[in-house]
Design a protein around this ligand. Structure first.
Ligand code: NOJ
Length: 758
């Protein structure tokens, strides 16, 4: 019944918004009280606008450069801008080019400045690690700083809007876009969403180095069936709310200026035309005041989905559902004026969308100075500066995950005489930047530091580097194996660089086979047979499968794609100038058959207790249930001891808190950072709860033998869930506390009881 009431309330909100446009305007003004001057300016401007000019504000075109989707525009963009038919441009950057477009906007009747959007996903020119790699740092300051630098460079280059962060949870490494998010967990994903939104928006819109963030893709894009990009999504409302929505809500709370909807349909309704998502949840329940842009052509694509018959109906469905801007789809500009004139679409809907967009243009200060982001001198000093590269190197160091280090093979001595550097990625440069790095022409080949160069930079001439490519990334040619083996035989230590090319994970880069591609693992086998000490660096955008290597290589470092400073950062870790501290933000499967795989699964009625006893248990008869590497896992050159767990109380009610404390000691010989993780388990509930859920974490830096006391706090927010009526609430009962170094490496446990509040 309560679900029904909630749905009813949401639908009433929707109906009111659609049919009582004037009332909506009134409500909007009231809620914008703290910014009344801007709201008034928006209203005054709106009064002057023709219907066509209003629709123009909802229209975004891609420039013809660097397209990341099919171009639908045929006309002369600059002319259309002059006619007031364009509100935003994407894919044009650099102060010189942006000035040209903005000048055209200044020739339009109302001189409304354009927004310039770009996919500044992991750095602008200075490329930072891919988002999934940064997520492995579990270091919110580092992730925030990376977004800050990206924003600073982009803003200096004329851009005022980034299509980031992508906050889609994904539990399917076949999906190529897993590289662009923060992994599988809603809590970690939410913290990272906050760090990124705040990093991009800095001191707030209006600052010269702030760009608008865009939380995308709303919603559940990461749940694409079978991990195939753009595929349908069919998940329960519970999964939507528990897993996929939390990072979006966190982005709203962090002040994300914009949202992007998504290509996928959700339970039969394309996200772009989904009223439940955009009006009811986002703009209704969450009170979101920013605007929503479609994904590239996603309004028109609703025709292919079979949701609408033609572009006219696509435009009507999208604007009604709450999609404010049409990205490179031409649905709005071609159809909305007529739809309004015919009475099929209320002008109030158009006004609401225009208001939201103009509001942001005012907040950015573009009406005061449309060229404020177009200072070419500033661009020269800020973009790709040595300072920014130094920060990228430090974030890259933190983003690597040490998966294996038998007999402390790493760190390597800097006094080695001969190192063999083998593998198709050992000298790769462009690949180091990863997918979603912006194209910079020649400097894509020159700027990024390869692993080879990084080691050379570190060791100078005292060490000889014996290089052999061995094989290509993704073919079956083994002709280079013999040279590689020869190089290995001459060396003191072998370092191998294997994995994916930059364009093997990313948009439209789903793969059904996510093993290390080509014959690279065979090359590893051949090199291992030499008996030489072997360190394998695995590079890529997704969790890859490499079971033989995992079993036989003594040391494995997962580097992802680390950006411009990749080689230097990898050398820092290999030779001990940085002690690795990354932890996996996503589970690594043993085989594709285990996907989707995640640590916060449900117990089932027949849980597997012992891997040896699978009969009538929820298990595979040909594969373990466990991942190859678990969520939260990652080694260090040092070791950490967890001890002395204390709880301030063993019971609490909804209004109380329990303070947890424990001692964390660095028991090894290197200084290092540990990510201590707090998991909870609600033993019995009216809706079954996962076997464990991450509820807090902290990254601590400790010198050898140093101990610190770590505190976590448990309040009722950490215990609540959506009950059977989908109401966010707590239920009394016993909870397990699990504190550890990874989701499968729990070091301290205890229990407490939540008692009913009277
Ligand atoms: C499509 C992608 O899904 C989206 O994330 C991106 O921002 C746009 N293309 C623009 O490149």
């Amino acid at each position: 019944m309560l679900v029904f009431i909630r749905m009813l309330k949401l639908s009433i909100t929707t109906i009111l918004l659609i049919w009582l446009g004037s009332l909506t305007c009134f409500a909007q003004q009231n809620t914008l009280d703290s910014q009344a001057p801007i709201a008034q300016k928006v209203d005054q401007l709106l009064l002057k606008m023709t219907l066509e000019e209003k629709v123009g504000q909802l229209n975004q075109y891609a420039s013809y450069k660097n397209a990341t989707g099919p171009i639908n525009s045929t006309g002369n963009i600059v002319d259309e801008i002059k006619q007031g038919r364009v509100g935003s441009i994407l894919k044009v950057n650099g102060t010189v080019d942006i000035r040209i477009y903005q000048q055209a906007a200044m020739q339009s009747r109302l001189k409304i400045p354009l927004l310039f959007g770009e996919d500044v996903i992991h750095g602008y020119h200075t490329t930072f690690p891919i988002p999934l790699a940064e997520a492995s740092s579990w270091d919110m300051a580092a992730i925030g700083l990376s977004a800050r630098i990206a924003a600073t460079e982009a803003a200096a280059s004329g851009i005022n809007w980034t299509f980031a962060p992508m906050v889609d949870i994904s539990r399917d490494p076949r999906w190529g876009r897993i590289m662009e998010g923060a992994g599988e967990d809603p809590y970690l994903g939410s913290q990272i969403a906050i760090a990124r939104v705040k990093g991009f928006q800095g001191n707030g819109l209006g600052s010269l180095d702030a760009v608008m963030a865009c939380a995308k893709h709303f919603a559940a894009y990461g749940a694409a069936i079978a991990g195939r990009d753009y595929n349908s999504v069919d998940i329960s409302d519970r999964t939507l709310w528990e897993v996929y929505l939390p990072p979006f809500k966190a982005a709203v709370d962090a002040g994300a200026a914009t949202f992007m909807n998504s290509f996928n349909e959700l339970n039969g309704i394309p996200a772009t035309g989904n009223t439940y998502l955009q009006r009811d949840i986002l703009k209704g329940q969450w009170g979101y005041k920013g605007f929503v842009v479609s994904d590239w052509g996603s309004i028109t694509e609703m025709i292919n989905h079979g949701f609408v018959a033609d572009k006219r109906h696509a435009a009507m469905a999208a604007i009604t559902a709450g999609c404010d801007m049409d990205m490179e789809g031409r649905s709005y500009i071609d159809n909305l004026p007529q739809l309004v004139k015919s009475g099929a679409v209320s002008v109030a809907l158009i006004d609401d969308a225009v208001r939201r967009i103009l509001q942001k243009k005012f907040e950015l200060g573009l009406f005061d100075d449309p060229f404020r982001f177009c200072n070419t001198e500033r661009e020269k000093t800020v973009v790709n500066s040595p300072e920014n590269k130094a920060i990228a190197r430090s974030v890259a160091q933190k983003s690597m995950v040490l998966l294996k280090n038998d007999n402390q093979l790493l760190p390597l001595s800097k006094n080695l005489k001969q190192i063999a550097l083998i593998g198709p990625l050992a000298k790769a440069k462009k690949d180091m930047r990863g997918f979603w790095a912006l194209p910079w022409g020649e400097s894509d080949e020159t700027d990024p530091v390869s692993l080879y160069e990084g080691i050379q930079n570190k060791l100078g001439n005292n060490t000889t580097l014996l290089y052999a490519k061995g094989c290509n990334i993704d073919d079956t040619v083994r002709a280079g194996f013999a040279d590689a083996v020869k190089a290995a035989q001459q060396a003191d230590v072998v370092v191998m660089a294997v994995g994916e090319a930059f364009d093997m994970s990313g948009e439209a880069k789903s793969r059904a086979n996510i093993h290390i591609p080509g014959v690279q693992e065979d090359l590893i086998k051949a090199i291992r047979a030499t008996g030489k000490p072997l360190v394998v660096l695995v590079m890529g955008g997704r969790p890859l499968i490499f079971n033989w290597t995992a079993d036989h290589a003594p040391a494995i470092l997962y580097t992802w794609w680390l950006g411009t400073e990749a080689g230097n950062a990898m050398a820092d870790v290999l030779f001990g100038d940085y002690n690795p501290s990354g932890k996996l933000p996503v589970s690594f499967p043993r085989s594709e058959g285990q996907i989707p795989i995640y640590y916060s699964y449900k117990s089932t009625g027949r849980p597997l207790i012992s891997p040896a006893d699978v009969v009538y248990k929820s298990a595979y008869i040909d594969q373990l249930n466990t991942p190859r590497y678990a969520f939260g896992y990652g080694l260090s050159y040092t070791s950490f001891k967890y001890s002395d767990l204390k709880l301030s109380a063993k019971t609490m009610n909804d209004k109380q808190k329990i303070l947890i404390s424990f001692a964390l000691t660095n028991t090894g010989k290197y200084a290092g950072e540990e990510v201590a993780q707090l998991y909870l388990h609600d033993r019995v509930a009216s809706v079954t709860r996962p076997v464990k859920e991450l509820k807090d974490f902290i990254k601590v830096n400790l010198k050898p033998s140093e101990t610190c006391v770590v505190n976590f706090e448990i309040d009722s927010k950490k215990l609540a869930f959506y009950n059977q009526k989908m109401i966010w609430s707590t239920e009394p009962g016993m909870f397990d506390i699990m504190i550890g170094s990874a989701s499968d490496d729990i070091r301290l446990t205890d229990t407490f009881q939540l008692i009913k509040t009277q």
